[in-house]
Design a protein. Structure first.
Length: 258
């Protein structure tokens, strides 16, 4: 799969109020550092040949730099999700105008209440989408998603997410049949035919690495996972996401790629 474009949104000062769990640590992100890390992330996407549509910061939504969550984009259609948390739900209205730049009205669909979904729960493998059923994405949304994508020749199925926030925090597809998985996802029957690398507890955060056209962007500071990805033959680029990690953000959530 070749990506040519990405959408990102600059972190806002309100980022310090982003939703967080005690999963990694409870420190507050430093806005200025987050902006530097975000700039480096965008620069890396550009180095990899992507044309990046950079949206302005939106102070009304602390988590709005995580543009992966309010939409899911693919070649033939785009789906505006319905983010589960009140503080994020309005992000769906703010992502719509930029989606309209790239998709016609008859290619844009909406997850409707009581369905809730966030893009961090959607993992693509070829023309198939695995949908994590999590605290943010429910069965009703997965059903609506399936009805939409099957019209465009894609398929989807669901996978339970029992460990934390989103599916892609615990399993990521790196193309060429390669997957990074948590020990729990390693037991998931849906993934049994993939070449799986089980990421140990101390590096779980590095599962959320980002494949772009043959290169894998890996979060800085996870040497075992980095080495494994290099040994698989990928070029690796490191990006520091430590400020985003404080509010459960990581690499894939900072962009939409298509
Ligand atoms: C949230 O809890 O919604 C944000 N603080 C983090 C969202 C991360 N999104 C993602 O991994 N796709």
């Amino acid at each position: 799969m070749m990506f040519t474009k990405a959408i990102t949104r600059k972190p806002c000062r309100a980022l310090i109020d982003g939703i967080t769990t005690a999963m990694y640590d409870d420190a507050t992100p430093v806005y200025e550092r987050a902006v530097e890390e975000h700039d480096a992330y965008v620069a890396t996407l550009k180095e990899l040949g992507l044309e990046v549509e950079e949206l302005d910061a939106d102070e009304r939504y602390p988590d709005s730099c995580f543009v992966e969550d309010p939409a899911v984009v693919m070649e033939r259609c785009a789906i505006i999700t319905n983010p589960a948390r009140d503080s994020r739900n309005g992000e769906k209205d703010e992502i719509l105008p930029v989606i309209k730049k790239f998709y016609s009205d008859d290619q844009i669909f909406f997850i409707e209440a009581p369905g809730t979904m966030e893009g961090g729960d959607v993992m693509r493998v070829g023309d198939h989408f695995y949908i994590g059923q999590s605290e943010r994405t429910n069965a009703e949304a997965a059903k609506q998603f399936n009805e939409i994508v099957t019209k465009f020749g894609y398929t989807s199925s669901t996978v339970p997410v029992t460990e934390g926030l989103h599916l892609k925090d615990f399993v990521i597809y790196l193309e060429n049949n390669n997957m990074l998985v948590s020990p729990v996802m390693n037991e998931q029957p849906a993934f049994k035919d993939f070449n799986r690398y089980v990421v140990e507890q101390d590096e779980l955060y590095a599962i959320n690495s980002l494949y772009i056209n043959g290169t894998v962007i890996v979060p800085e500071g996870y040497p075992k996972t980095q080495k494994y990805i290099e040994d698989l033959g990928y070029t690796v680029k490191l990006v520091d996401t430590s400020e985003f990690r404080k509010i459960d953000g990581s690499l894939t959530c900072l962009s939409l790629r298509f």
